[in-house]
Structure formats: C-alpha cells, structure tokens
Design a binder for this molecule. Sequence first.
Ligand code: AKB
Length: 320
Amino acid sequence: MSTERILIIGSGGQLGTELCESLRGIYGDANVIASDVRPLSGSVAESGPSEVLDILDKNRFTEILDQYKPTQIYHLAALLSATAEKNPKLGWTLNMDGLFHVLDAAKERNLAKVYWPSSIAVFGPNTPRVQTPQHCVMDPNTIYGITKLAGERYCEYYFEKHGVDVRSIRYPGLIGYKSAPGGGTTDYAVDIYHQALEHGKYECFLSSETELPMLYMPDALRATISLMEAPAEQIQIRSSYNVAGMSFTPEQIAASIRHDIPGFEISYAPDYRQHIADSWPKSIDDGKARMDWGWKPEYDLQGMTDDMLMHLREMKSQKV
Ligand code: AKB
C-alpha cells in the first residue's frame, strides 16, 4: 500500500491526463486525486477520485487539502504561450498566483514533494539558440516565459528558504496521441498527425525552417516520474532542469510522416506564433539532467512518428 497521496492540479490538460494515468498505475487509483478547473470526464474521472478546483480559489484549495491530505502536489494548471500572449493579465495571474498558493500550502502543511513544470519559454532572443545551456542569458519576451522564469526563481527560493522539496523540468514541446494540447506554440507538431491521417495535408502556422526542441509523451512521463522519484540529494537544480528529446522543423516532421503517408502535403501560413517560436532555442543541452538523475530519451523523430501514427490509426479504427 502506498503511503503517498498525490493531488494533480490541471489533470484535464495534455500532460495532466497522461500523468494521472501513470501515477495511478504506480501509487494506486485511490491515491491520486485528479482536479481541474472544469469537471473531468473519461478515464481520469472514472478511474479514481476527481474534483473541480480553480487554483486561484484559495478556499476551495484548502477544502481539498483538508479532505484528501495529499503528501505530494503536481501543479500543472497554467496558460501556455499562445493563449497567455492573447490574455497577458490572466496569464500572469493564473501562472503566478496558482504557484504561490501551491508553494505556500507545501510550506505550511510540510508536504513531501511538489512538481511544477517550467518550459523552454524561459529562454529569449538573447539566449544561445543551439544546445542552449542550463545556465545562460534568459531574457524571455513572452508573458508565459516571464511567468515561467519568475516561477523558477520562486521554486528555488522556497527550497532554499523554507525547505520545500520542489522539482521541475523545462519542457520542450510535448507530443502525444492520448490527449490534445491547448494554447501552445509547439502544438502544430501534434495537430499535424491528426490532419495527415484525416485529410492527407496540413497548413502549418510556423515557417518550414522553424526548428524547435520537442519531447514524445512517453519520454516526458518517464522524465517527470524519474525526477520525482530520485533521492533528494541527487537534485542539484531547484529552479528547473533542461530536458531534451529531439529537435526538428515542420519540414522535417512532414518528411517523417511521408515515410508512412507518401502523398502527405504541408503548406505554410505563419501567424503571431512565429514570433514566439523565433525567440526560443532550436536545441537544448540537458547534460545536468543526465548527470544528476540519469535522464536519457528513448524516441527520435522517426520513432515518434511511427508510434504516433500507429496509435492514432488504432484509436480511429476503434471509433468506427
Ligand atoms: C508552448 O508551446 O507554449 C508549450 C511550451 C513549449 O511550454 N508547449
């Protein structure tokens, strides 16, 4: 029997849905409480406890903490880059105040661990863009990146000042077949697979040569859980770890799809998200994560594309 009880905040999102399934597999369905600002549905709601929680509502948060007495929190609720750019005030409030509520609760209730995701959006136009180091000039110029960098500093501060065991990864774009992303600049790399199977073509909102770091969801889940399970003394970075899987351009992902769907066509209509992508790294140096807690990705671009298309085809055939 697990002695851990884990509260996930933002379980309805792309990462939350899949982390919930993985954590329930490890710690037991009843020990992982899924929560989201909207009522949850599907397997996340059916396989274990689930609650409606707006992390900005402190009273409701307190009620849930009193009811379930979690030992760990995974705080995933946030506005991503593209959505936050459209609504900067809400981006700031949700991304910062939500984190403050969680870190304060962890401090006051002496929680064992907190997980909070950062992003490659902490880097900006003055950052070295190839093999971006763990420590370098950052200067993010999106509201999302600014909140993630401020959040990283807050996490480190709470660890140093209050002993909160908070751990974090700077995710690149996340790609998975089980759940849809929402509001990110890297989301094209998920949508392209759906459109390839449904229509045999895709219009990309980034230009053909825009190279960005990405991570396939099974690798992202493994990275997150390995970091959270590593002994505390191995975690030397309390702001957030660089983690990388692969880097590619829209043209390269299209070529990998053509291995499987030879007639697949891609066209380009860059929009405001191009400006965001242009300020981010092309590739990431994740040497610290590899050294401190043994991180190593398993998927490359073609391996991911083959796996994505196989699973999406399987899911579509089950629907009909
Ligand atoms: C986004 O595109 O906003 C996210 C991210 C890189 O953090 N996927």
